[in-house]
Write a protein that binds this ligand. Structure first.
Ligand code: NAD
Ligand code: DAU
Length: 361
């Protein structure tokens, strides 16, 4: 069987990091199927423009005709499904796209993959993998001292986004149990790093600090997220793809719990050092508490012990090394940021933050 894989959502934040690493490490050819929603950006893949190992196809995971054609033509040995609507705040404003892509789209993708898989010979059938990339948010919210999420924590999604991801996880599980499709599911904590779309906390704070805008902190800023450098997430996915037990779920996380206000203060401090404000004041002066996210989950924490014990994965970056790389990347890729932060992005800021009592556009 070929070493070709089909990646969906490979023009987004994590997908692009995954595709870049796969091609740069010469692991094989990637067929990259992405709808190019507002979050998809071909500039992320600019360095692969002349690579024969990267084939980009603009399209929807829900388009069974297109996906069947791609599978028949390229005969991938795995499908890695990153494609999703991924922003919690957008899911609160408009859940429909989340249901359409994350639930209905994943269903159609599973149907296309099941049909293709059933045509393979016995050896290729056994080697094939469908890896579904999911999130820790499906497990709900933790209290301050509760143990971290394990793979057996009951699902309790609280936002339209996490509910749609939970539904897709259940479909993947069902396709393994019912049809024997060789699936793997990964549930990861918050990622950060290069190509992170600046509607999410870390890139938004960097961008807005440098632009002299308020740094919006929801509620009291004491919510906790568990941060993992994106390249560590990609390495974990490669490891699960290579050695994960079919039908199993693997939690991925970096053992890096931080409150949101700590993250924002850390970023301000780093920017004060690297690119001080012209008036000599700290970027922390721009911190502005705004109305909380409705239904805001208080705390996420991932226990990645299974992945580490069974498959020997551990993150290469600490939070300190990862955030240093990230801030440096944003400072040296201001053109990438400014290409995104116009048009629709400004409309999003206008609507979303006006509701929280701030003018950010
Ligand atoms: P993203 O929003 O940056 O990228 C999503 C990509 O999917 C975009 O390129 C978009 O164009 C594409 N896409 C959307 N709908 C599509 C469709 N119907 N068909 C084909 N392509 C479509 O998201 P991300 O942050 O890179 O997240 C990738 C995956 O990882 C998602 O499934 C998300 O739930 C999961 N995840 C994200 C994080 C995180 O911290 N960002 C953490 C854990 C899991
Ligand atoms: O936990 C994994 C999830 O992490 C992924 O499944 C999602 O796709 C990804 O978007 C991310 O979700 P979060 O909601 O945790 O990420 P976000 O960057 O939107 O917010 C991080 C925290 O910061 C959250 O508690 C809300 C808060 N926040 C966010 C923004 C955008 C603010 O305080 N102010 C802001 O302006």
């Amino acid at each position: 069987m070929s070493k070709t894989i089909l990646v969906t959502g490979g023009a987004g934040f994590i997908g692009a990091n995954f595709v870049l690493a796969w091609v740069n490490q010469q692991l094989g050819t990637v067929i990259n199927l992405d709808k190019l929603t507002y979050a998809g950006n071909l500039a992320n893949l600019e360095s692969l423009k002349h690579s024969a190992q990267h084939v980009f196809v603009r399209g929807d995971i829900g388009d069974q005709h297109l996906v069947a054609h791609l599978l028949a033509e390229h005969k991938p040995c795995a499908v890695v499904n990153f494609a999703a609507e991924s922003h919690v705040d957008r899911s609160i404003h408009g859940p429909e796209d989340f249901i359409q892509t994350n639930v209905v789209g994943t269903f159609h993708l599973l149907e296309s993959v099941r049909a293709y898989w059933s045509t393979l010979n016995a050896a290729d059938k056994a080697d094939f993998r469908f890896l579904h990339v999911s999130t820790d948010e499906v497990y709900g919210s933790l209290t301050k001292d509760a143990p971290a999420f394990t793979e057996t924590t009951p699902y309790a999604p609280n936002s339209p986004y996490s509910a749609s991801k939970a539904a897709s996880d259940h479909l993947v599980r069902a396709y393994h149990h019912t049809y024997g499709l060789p699936t793997l599911t990964t549930n990861c904590s918050n990622n950060y790093g290069p190509y992170h779309f600046p509607e999410k906390l870390i890139p938004l704070v960097i961008h807005h600090a440098l632009a002299g805008k308020p740094l919006p902190v929801y509620g009291n800023g004491l919510q906790v997220r568990d941060w993992l450098y994106v390249e560590d997430h990609c390495a974990a996915i490669r490891r699960v793809l290579e050695a994960g037990q079919v039908g199993e779920v693997y939690n991925i996380g970096g053992w890096n719990e931080k409150t949101n206000i700590d993250i924002v203060r850390t970023l301000c401090h780093m920017l004060d050092e690297k690119q001080p404000r012209t008036d000599g004041k700290s970027y922390a002066e721009q911190i502005t508490y705004v109305a909380d996210r409705p239904g805001h989950d208080q705390r996420y924490a991932i226990d990645a012990g299974k992945l580490s014990k069974k498959l020997g994965w551990k993150p290469a970056e600490t939070f300190e090394t990862g955030i240093e790389k990230t801030v440096n990347w944003y400072l040296s890729h201001q053109d990438w940021v400014s290409n995104i932060t116009s048009g629709d992005y400004r409309n999003w800021l206008q609507t979303h933050y006006a509701e929280r009592g701030e003018e950010l556009a």
